[in-house]
Design a protein around this ligand. Sequence first.
Ligand code: AQP
Length: 335
Amino acid sequence: MGKQRVLSGVQPTGNYHLGNYLGAIRNWVEGQSEYDNYLFVADLHAITLPHDPKQLANNTYTLVGLYLACGLDLNHSTIFVQSHVSAHSELTWLFNCITPLNWLEDMIQFKEKAVKQGENVNVGLLDYPVLMAADILLYQADKVPVGEDQKQHLELTRDIAARLNHQFGKPDQPVLKLPDPLIRKEGARVMSLADGTRKMSKSDPSELSRINLLDSPDQIQYKIKRCKTDPIRGLTFDDPERPECNNLLALYMLLSGKPKQAVAAECQDMGWGQFKPLLTETTIHALKPIQEKYQEVMEDKGYLESVLRDGREKAQAIANQTLTQVKAALGFSIL
Ligand code: AQP
């Protein structure tokens, strides 16, 4: 039996931060040899909120550069840009026509993002989970890495696949494979430096809320110096009254690679004045090889483009096959 296929992506909206790395990209890298990975730049998703056309292509290349700099290996992973494979958009339309509207209106993330957008809510924001279903099901993925916030979307993906199989497939010959979640390791949810109860996020207007993967040592030092803490001496994990403390310790643990117990013992008597320089050093040290590799990769645009052309070819081969199967099941004429 071949390797199981994993599918995942990040939106090219800029400000790639420690949350994107520790919660997503680093996990892909660590598990990549076990799976057949399809990792994409989710640029079609990036326009569901207002965006700057001048930035989109740049952000796309930056993200591909970071994928490679973080250690994605082309022997195990196919890297591609979502909009380069038109089957994503086409399958979304087909799914739109079998997805009940109320399934989408019930999505928590839609409700949250729609409230933030006020009057300016486009149809794409509502339809985002259907595009995500198309992303996953096109590749007949076995596993999809998901955090808490994406669980509901993966459920919807499974519901759409089951509905299509039920309405248009044969009982012994499903058209689409139902994917399973690949649950992340504990501690990979990185919270904002300004508020330990909110996740670190690209769209947070405050630069001080996040550490970006491409921040300079000075920026990292400044942000950690200014981050929110509490007046209690002695640092502990898992105290619900101290979300910032838990988050900063978790960051130290994840970036240093030390086990949780060792970090708990090391930091139990520390004050912030001692801990912050330690976290600063550890962060700078962990990001240095990524930043160096990034500079190297970005100097060779031709190489990046060849990675994306190869990725597009491999992705298209699978995606177009699934799209044809779905169209045939729905009764379209196939030439
Ligand atoms: N704070 C986080 N902790 C752990 N994982 C995180 N991810 C994002 N933030 C954290 C993971 O990164 C991947 C890429 O996410 P995305 O680009 O699809 O958008 P997102 O989840 O909405 O990420 P952001 O940074 O919060 O972007 P904005 O602010 O634009 O919404 C996903 O695997 C995600 O779980």
